[in-house]
Write a protein that binds this ligand. Structure first.
Ligand SMILES: [Fe+2]
Length: 235
């Protein structure tokens, strides 16, 4: 499986702080049957540089090779919605047109539609990170609909489907899946112990709701299309 959202690099954000922590997370991801991970550290102001992310990836991949950890890393970032569009472009997934976009957890900003419009006009495709954990969207998940109609995509957290973020987030995630408001399920993992990867329980939950084939799409085919920068099959 491909994890499109993961804080695996150490010492760059609120994810792992030491190499050992990143290695523990990497092993947890492998145990969770993940083979490729997009490294998506938080991109805030002032933004972490693309070079720093590339260095972090090279360093970790060397450590993986030395320890036979079968995990490939792909560059990306979790772009805070206040970051300028051109800065977001440099922090897209694998240098392509898709990027991870983060709104605040507390509220859904009134500028959300404008930001999606700006990104789409710039030829970029925002993937909205964990909408099921946003307070306003928990109350009214349909607020996401207009953004999806503008061409944005949605990424749920596997742990939300597993119930780790509580019943409301789980119900919201299930609703978004059923309504076609979510296109990916990823870990948003921050460590092997705190906020660990939960792809397998997430996959099981998604399969119960949508069937096995559709569930696999959320974790395999759709993320693959993104990291290969292929056209999104809008219907
Ligand atoms: Fe994240």
């Amino acid at each position: 499986m491909i994890d499109l959202h993961c804080h695996i690099l150490f010492g760059v954000d609120d994810g792992p702080q030491r190499l050992e922590d990143s290695l523990a997370l990497a092993r947890a991801l492998v145990a969770d049957r993940v083979t490729r991970v997009v490294a998506t550290p938080h991109i805030l102001e002032p933004p972490l540089s693309v070079a720093a992310i590339a260095e972090g990836i090279t360093r970790l991949e060397e450590e993986f090779a030395a320890r036979n950890i079968a995990l490939r890393l792909i560059p990306g970032g979790e772009n805070h919605y206040t970051i300028p569009v051109e800065e977001m472009r440099t922090h897209s997934i694998n240098g392509g047109r898709y990027l991870l976009l983060e709104f605040p957890h507390s509220n859904f900003p009134t500028s959300a539609r404008d930001i999606v419009f700006q990104l789409r006009t710039a030829g970029l495709i925002p993937i909205i990170a964990h909408p099921e954990r946003n307070a306003d969207l928990l109350r009214d998940p349909d607020l996401l609909q207009p953004l999806i109609e503008q061409g944005a995509l949605g990424q749920l957290t596997a742990a939300s489907l597993a119930g780790d973020f509580g019943s409301p987030a789980r119900q919201c995630a299930r609703y978004m899946l059923k309504k076609g408001l979510a296109h990916f399920v990823a870990t948003d993992a921050h460590g092997a112990d705190w906020r660990p990867p939960r792809m397998q329980p997430g996959l099981k939950e998604a399969a119960k709701l949508l069937g096995k084939e559709a569930a696999r799409k959320l974790m395999i085919e759709n993320p693959e299309l993104v990291i290969e920068n292929r056209d999104w099959p809008y219907v």
